[in-house]
Design a protein around this ligand. Structure first.
Ligand code: RTP
Length: 149
């Protein structure tokens, strides 16, 4: 079984719209285990590091400004195929292309305000988790695990 960890972040618009509980519930109900979480006002420097691969894009400065406009909820979710499945649960980057039933497909209509981030590969998840949680993750036994696997 490919047990993975993925970095999921509720962006400032998701926090300000009161979607935190709804998003956490979706990951919990799907069967994923929460192994780290914090509400955090990220600095521009921190966000520039997170999005460094996009630094040449025309929307980069606007993206950093948006991401720094309020606190984000930083989380790590663990479980079978968590990276790929997490991206599927988020839906496409552009809400026009994101299917109803996905988080973006249900709750947003603008690419520039798309409420949530999810790691796109196992390697980037590792990098993002190290950047956002240098203090490490929590370890515990989730009671539901044996029912899911
Ligand atoms: P994310 O990193 O936030 O999960 O998004 P993603 O992989 O689905 O998309 P990516 O291409 O990495 O873009 C990162 C975020 O930048 C904003 N964006 N704006 N054309 C635009 O105005 C544009 N394109 C992307 C979105 O907030 C996107 O999630």
């Amino acid at each position: 079984m490919a047990t993975e960890q993925t970095y999921i972040m509720i962006k400032p618009d998701g926090v300000q719209r009161g979607l935190v509980g709804e998003i956490i519930a979706r990951f919990e109900k799907r069967g994923y285990k929460l192994v780290a979480m914090k509400l955090m006002q990220a600095s521009k420097e921190h966000l520039e590091k997170h999005y460094e691969d996009l630094s040449s894009k025309g929307f980069f400065n606007g993206l950093i400004k948006y991401m720094a406009s309020g606190p984000v909820v930083a989380m790590v979710w663990e479980g079978k195929d968590a990276v790929k499945q997490g991206r599927a649960m988020l839906g496409a980057t552009n809400p026009l292309a994101s299917a109803p039933g996905t988080i973006r497909g249900d709750y947003c209509i603008d690419t520039g305000r798309n409420i949530i981030h999810g790691s796109d590969a196992v390697d980037s998840a590792k990098k993002e988790i190290a950047l956002w949680f240098p203090e490490g993750l929590c370890q515990y036994t989730a009671a539901t695990a044996s029912w899911i696997y």
